[in-house]
Write a protein that binds this ligand. Structure first.
Ligand SMILES: Nc1ncnc2c1ncn2[C@@H]1O[C@H](COP(=O)(O)OP(=O)(O)OP(=O)(O)O)[C@@H](O)[C@H]1O
Length: 332
């Protein structure tokens, strides 16, 4: 049997689960690597994968899992390593989507070989003309220095759950922890929409695949691109090579504060909402904007968003549904 590694963020969630996970991992013969600062999970996972680990399990929330997948990918081993997740963060969106609810369940899934090959979303900014962001400006040639989990030469990043444009830092600060626990990253979406007067719309031009005409062009409040997540709050098909895209038009006439307005918007008011299911899209925001990749922010002007179909072998729970029911009540 090859080596198994747990990359553990000891600070995530309320720490109870991560303490339990460290114990269980040791009992089961895992090497436990603890992060000591933000972003370190990327390097630890990359080193573990490059060193020949067969199984790399992330222990933390969506941010930690994203960093672990990124590290394994940087080692060039995303197709070979079996990944898993111990849901020890606050939101745990991806773990929930693949049916992993508890610590022991996460390890048992790996041991039982209950794995599926899942799609991974990629956000690629190599086609941007200039360097629009500042987050890696000035650090070129400095390797990983300066940017947590970052890489001066980085031009693309994976996302497992979602890529969202239009979230505000303000909304992040205002989002209630209980809502975050219940809805994960979608809690920020709700809070953002409910404070929609606070931000300017996004001038977006969205093209699907290699088509030259935009499938959507105009002023948006939010763009949500789900890999494992079908908005508002359902598991998407994570094995179909497609992205579930929702564009919410910036419509100042909608009273997002009215009770249930946001839910109604997602479910029925299709005039303000466009849904697409495509394998790839190009998003041009005309100027640098914040994009959340599984909750980690990058500032970019133009992203090519694609799926790498069934590229990653992932340990899933018994409740994982490879082919979730797609009710078309949302007007698709
Ligand atoms: N030792 C550490 N100290 C501080 N931050 C860390 C540490 N290890 C990782 N991080 C960073 O913490 C961020 C959030 O982590 P994570 O998503 O695991 O937890 P969370 O915020 O509790 O959960 P969730 O994302 O589900 O809400 C990530 O950006 C990660 O890089």
């Amino acid at each position: 049997m090859g080596s198994r590694v747990l990359v553990r963020n000891p600070e995530s969630g309320d720490q109870r689960r991560s303490v339990q996970a460290a114990q269980e991992a040791e009992e089961r013969g895992y090497e436990v690597l603890n992060t000591s600062e933000e972003g370190e999970e990327v390097d630890l996972a990359r080193e573990a994968a490059a060193g020949g680990a067969d199984v790399v399990v992330a222990c933390g929330g969506d941010g930690t899992l994203n960093g672990v997948a990124r590290g394994v990918d940087r080692a060039g081993r995303l197709e070979e390593v079996t990944l898993g997740v111990v849901p020890a963060g606050t939101g745990n969106g991806f773990a929930g989507n693949v049916g992993i609810d508890g610590v022991t369940e996460a390890f048992e899934s790996v041991e039982a070989g209950r794995t599926r090959r899942l799609d991974v979303g990629m956000a690629d900014w190599s086609g941007e003309s200039g360097r629009g962001d500042g987050s890696d400006a000035g650090s070129s040639g400095a390797g990983d220095a300066g940017l947590a989990g970052g890489d001066a030469d980085e031009t693309a990043r994976p996302f497992l759950n979602s890529c969202i444009c239009g979230l505000t830092a303000e909304a992040s600060a205002r989002t209630e922890p209980a809502l975050k626990q219940r809805l994960g990253v979608l809690a920020y979406v709700f809070t953002t929409l409910q404070h929609t007067g606070d931000f300017e719309g996004l001038e977006l031009d969205i093209r699907a695949g290699s088509e030259s005409d935009p499938v959507w062009s105009g002023e948006a409040a939010l763009l949500l691109v789900g890999n494992a997540r079908r908005f508002p709050n359902r598991q998407a098909n994570v094995e179909d090579g497609k992205l579930d895209v929702v564009v919410i038009e910036d419509a100042p006439t909608i009273d997002y504060l009215a009770r249930g307005a946001v839910e109604r918007l997602f479910q029925g008011e299709v005039s303000h909402l466009t849904r697409l299911r495509v394998p790839s899209l190009v998003v041009d925001a005309g100027e640098p904007r914040q994009f959340s990749l599984d909750g980690e922010m990058v500032e970019r002007e133009r992203l090519e968003i694609t799926t790498r179909e069934r590229v990653m072998e992932f340990a899933v729970g018994e409740g994982y549904d490879p082919n979730p029911v797609d009710d078309r009540a949302d007007g698709e």
